[in-house]
Design a protein around this ligand. Sequence first.
Ligand SMILES: C[C@H](N)C(=O)N[C@@H](Cc1c[nH]cn1)C(=O)O
Ligand SMILES: [Zn+2]
Ligand SMILES: [Zn+2]
Length: 493
Amino acid sequence: MSSSSSSALETEIFQYIDLHQSDFIKDLKEWVAVESDSVQPGLRKEVMRMMALAASKLAALGATVNSVNLGSHQLPDGQHLPLPPVILGELGKDPQNPTVCFYGHVDVQPARREDGWKTDPYTLTEIDGNLYGRGSTDNKGPVLAWINAVETFRALKLAIPVNFKFIIEGMEEAGSLGLEKLLEEEKRCFFSDVDFIVISDNLWLSKKKPALTYGTRGNACFFVEVEGGDKDLHSGTFGGIIHEPLMDLVALLDSLVDPTGHIQIPGIYDSVAALTEEERKLYESIEYDIEEHKNNSGVKKFLYSSKEEILLHLWRYPSLSIHGIEGAFHEPGIKTVIPAKVIGKFSIRQVPYMDLSVVKQQVEEHLKNVFSKRNSPNKLKVSMPLGAKPWVADVNDPLYKAARRAIKTVFGEDPDFIRDGSTIPIARLFQTITQKRVIMFPIGAADAGEHSQNEKISRHNYIEGTKVFAAFLLEISKLRGQLHETSSPETKN
Ligand SMILES: C[C@H](N)C(=O)N[C@@H](Cc1c[nH]cn1)C(=O)O
Ligand SMILES: [Zn+2]
Ligand SMILES: [Zn+2]
């Protein structure tokens, strides 16, 4: 699969990777088998076990590994739960070499076979060249691909062409709790000699064409709680004579977005960066197949019909999604109850130059206003438990050029330069706190099904992804002087 333009060194590395595919897949199988779901408190022990597994894998590489304790956090019910440690590691300390820091996470989103998985989500299963399992793409597969790439240099007794640092966490899916504080503490220590940070935690835009990501949206997550009395009530005895909390909540949630996808919260679009003609042109040249995207997701009709409108609404306009209702009856069957307290959960993917505190205020005011019109005696509470800012990078940075060359070598074609509608909360914090540039280098294809049933990584993407990371390290080693010359990253709201 590697293009004919590979050097002898690259060819040797790529052959080793091809020959050791089964070992790399065995490692991924071992990692996927751990139900390291950071969202459900009951599975925290599994996240801890996963962190220990990742630490020992890195130590076996010969790296110095420091598992930093982050203490604990408080759950909404007041209970305290230990946070998983963050792994800080390093391999190589040659002052002549650039220092690359890789960030990844080994926690996963919840998954249950009954959700509609065709295989057990925690047993990596290969079907038709695809490796199915929770975390295979998000993010255990890419983390291992980086480790495999470094391991290949060592196995072949080749000097690793860069100093390699890594930061691996176990709370990304729950908002990277505790990580911001660690960045503050380590910005003058662990991060002081880092030249840039690379993240491989998002997807290509297509199934086949590789991509490099230069922007992500932020995410402001909201809870809207409506509380009636202190216990659930019989709907035969109380239905028709009370203001039901779930009815209030449904009305509140219904007021957020109109059927065209437009957010109804007054002022929410006020600070969105205006679209320039130059930017619109960028979108025209991106290869994106609407039908392929529909097939990958099982969606029959998008809100927009042109490529440009779809990409603009995914990448550089805000969107609001409703995720669920805590406290509402959701099991199969009938339960004729009026729930006493319900919590609606929604989030706003926000973009430059929206300000998180302004967004919070606009949401609160809007919900209070809608609620007041219902004359309900119930109690309304609105909170924003998580606020992550958007991230944008400069595609002209030599880092992106090096990544593009590595992609051309391994995949034989130039990547798409894309933004991503999802959020990697820590990306922006890396820029603002450590003042280091960030590059996003995905290896997951558009149909990987992150957060969904039947998440997968193809054998092809996992193995070629390992090669492309090795090729990137070789490209980076050629950049030596240029990496230090580039100025600090620009940040946008
Ligand atoms: C892109 C990344 N793999 C991911 O899935 N990120 C999550 C992070 C998040 C944001 N808000 C809460 N968690 C996402 O974009 O949903
Ligand atoms: Zn992820
Ligand atoms: Zn995720």
